[in-house]
Ligand binder design. Sequence first.
Ligand SMILES: [Fe+2]
Length: 267
Amino acid sequence: MRILAVSDLHFQEQHFAWVAQQAPHFDLVIVAGDLLDLFAFGRTSIDTQVRDVTSFLTDIRLNCNALAVCSGNHDLWATRDLRWLHLPPSRNPQEEKLGGTFIGDGGSAIVPGTRLLVTCCPWAAESDEDTQRLATLLEHGNALRNSGTDAWLWVCHEPPHLSRTGRTTEKVEGSPLISQLVLKYQPDFVFCGHVHGAPFDGGLPFDQIVDTWCFNPGCPDRRKQLPEPPSIILDLAAGQAVWRWGSMEKRAFVESPIALAAYASAA
Ligand SMILES: [Fe+2]
């Protein structure tokens, strides 16, 4: 099973197009928040960004088995109402044009053809009500996890502060709340974004908190942008994660229940 993850695309049209082009080669495509760019509204209005990003996501979904998307702070702060980020919820045989399964904010679903459960968390809690909603979502996901899945993956814009995916040389920017929740539920994988510099500047694109692997593709300085965004490919059967941006590459061996099952069946 192969996963492609990007984050913080910040309304870079060519990067959404690159993801749509890559999507057919993966079982799951992850976009881990900050699809809009709050600071680009002088150039492109938020309404136009929302319209175009919805269309970009539809293109990605048409080309993939499953697409998981969570909101980021830019998405919430720019619109305050995140309903636009919810594509129709699942594959409908009557409408093949919908493409693969879509998992959005507040959703938990199994990736078709696998036993991987994915839960998408809305942008980190900004009120007690948000915190309670997140707790309820994860409690529900945990119950699903214990009903015959091989692994549990979260998509959550803000990284846990205990992992180096939430740090740069200058400061710790990750979330204590997400760290607490990771320690409580110990999901197998958490895909994040938000801390743009983590893979480039003193942090890491992948790191572990106990047995949970955390990932953050990062977002480079605009002036250094390439046609493709930084990305992480996680091959669960091979147990390998590769982070790439241009000529830069980092690799990690990622143990997981799915990797161990693949080794056992090959032995
Ligand atoms: Fe961002």
